[in-house]
Write a protein that binds this ligand. Structure first.
Ligand code: EPZ
Length: 435
């Protein structure tokens, strides 16, 4: 990441996002090499984990995103001092003197709730706003709350805030009815300082979560079973500050791989962990891509129109819901009909009407989309509605005839670092303009 100017946590994330748009001229093949950034969904829980140990924490390869800046602002409100210099994020949590994560920040980013467990574990108190919904409907946090309650948190809901007072967390046995990335991270962070042993069953095993567990172990936590569906965590009295590098972003990598397939291009992704996005790579191979996997690089070549493929999203190691919208863009121009089902979020389809504006032939029935591939998409003005929908629209625009203008691109900036620069570097014609 270019040296981002150091910023105070108070300003960057909360300032009104300029309503930028991306203007993309379609029809160019992507080719060349691009370095993948650190993973948003791995960085956010590690940033929260710095609350578990007073001191100066060093996080390398943190992507410069709206979401990481928002999280920095949340930590700043709690009294932490956060600074970014190039891709090093330094977080000093020596003087955390507040336990309130305010609504005006939490409503912009659901992952803010990650501070709840660490605050309860380290300070025995918290006042964290309930997160808002998302573009695709409400997203419950019941597993976070019932899991913490099992550990003795005694939480109350007061005026839209989750409130804990005089909390002394203790070990518990907890089984997740639904595999939840966020709730697994939350309870793992709460358990590492709790009194006694916690057993968590049916946990998420996404790479972001396994990486969080490994970082906590490096800091002195006692966790066994990482990578399996059962974690056993023995609480310890204190942890050392974090000094780690965030893993690469498997969803950014898979998104750019899809771009290579759609444009009939030939690109190499650098600084990746191929195993982390194997399900996406396999699906793209089914669609006709030629893919070679090296230790920390993946090369993808597309050949003409992709073949139609069926997709059903699953928890890791299955096909990720965060690639569902992007795969629909591939299907939109594929030879044949694809059936795409999202079993994780039943209404994560706000990209469908916008892809239809580009000429895609999609019929949505509940959480199943039937996509009849068309020869060509045609450029049009469209609107980003959430992070992965905006990525799908950018992919569609890369192959659409003529010009596509994607408004509200701040959605893309939440989770893709300098995405327009990366596409341009690969040969696309992309311009960022003020709306
Ligand atoms: C994480 O969200 C990711 N966000 C999401 O990525 C991703 O789509 C999701 O995991 C699934 O992989 C971050 O890591 C910051 P969940 P999270 O809890 O933790 C239900 C992106 O595009 N559920 O695994 O919120 C929930 O409704 C973002 O980068 C409950 O019922 O997802 C969903 O159906 C979008 N109760 C399922 O579990 C709860 O308490 C999986 O959600 C929590 C979740």
């Amino acid at each position: 990441m270019d040296a981002a100017p150091p910023f105070s946590t108070a300003d960057k994330a909360t300032e009104k996002a300029p309503m930028d748009a991306l203007v993309i001229q379609g029809g160019r093949r992507l080719s060349g090499r691009v370095a993948i950034s650190g993973a948003k969904n791995a960085a956010l829980p590690v940033m929260a984990a710095t609350l578990l140990a007073p001191g100066v924490h060093k996080l390398r390869n943190v992507p410069d995103l709206r979401d990481t800046r928002t999280f920095a602002a949340v930590l700043g409100k709690l009294g932490a001092r956060v600074s970014f210099q190039a891709d090093l994020c330094t977080i000093d949590t020596s003087n955390v003197d507040s336990v309130e994560a305010p609504y005006e920040l939490v409503k912009t980013m659901r992952a803010s709730i990650y501070v709840l467990g660490p605050l309860l574990a380290r300070l025995g108190a918290a006042r964290v706003s309930l997160p808002g919904g998302c573009a695709w409907g409400p997203r419950p946090v019941n597993l976070h709350l019932t899991g913490l309650a099992a550990m003795g948190a005694g939480l109350e809901i007061e005026h839209g805030y989750i409130v804990g007072r005089d909390v002394k967390l203790h070990g518990a046995q907890f089984s997740f009815d639904v595999v939840s990335v966020g709730a697994t991270a939350q309870l793992m962070m709460a358990a590492v300082l709790a009194e006694g042993t916690t057993t968590l069953d049916n946990v998420a095993i996404e790479p972001d979560i396994t990486a969080l567990g490994e970082v906590l172990v490096q800091c002195g936590a006692r966790i066994s079973g990482l990578g399996s569906r059962r974690l056993v965590i023995h609480g310890v009295r204190e942890l050392k500050p974090i000094d780690t590098a965030i893993i690469p972003d498997r969803i950014e990598a898979a998104t750019l791989a899809a771009a290579a397939v759609m444009t009939g291009g030939d690109i190499t992704l650098e600084r990746v962990i191929p195993d982390h996005f194997e399900a996406s790579l396999r699906k793209l191979e089914e669609a006709g891509a030629t893919i070679t996997r090296e230790r920390d690089e993946v090369s993808i070549s597309g050949r003409g129109r992709p073949e139609a493929v069926d997709v059903t999203t699953q928890v890791f190691p299955g096909f990720p819901t965060d690639m569902q919208a992007q795969m629909m863009a591939v299907a939109a121009i594929a030879r044949g009909t694809s059936v795409i089902e999202d079993t994780i979020y039943l209404d994560r389809f706000s990209h469908v009407p916008e892809l239809q504006r580009l000429g895609a032939n999609i019929e949505l029935k509940g959480n199943v989309a039937v996509v009849k591939g068309v020869e060509k998409l045609s450029g049009a003005p469209v609107m980003a509605t959430d992070l992965r929908a905006s990525a799908a629209l950018a992919l569609g625009a890369l192959v659409a005839e003529g010009e596509t203008r994607i408004s509200r691109i701040y959605h893309l900036d939440r989770g893709y670092e300098r995405f327009d620069h990366k596409l341009t570097q690969l040969g696309a014609r992309v311009e960022r303009v003020q709306e």
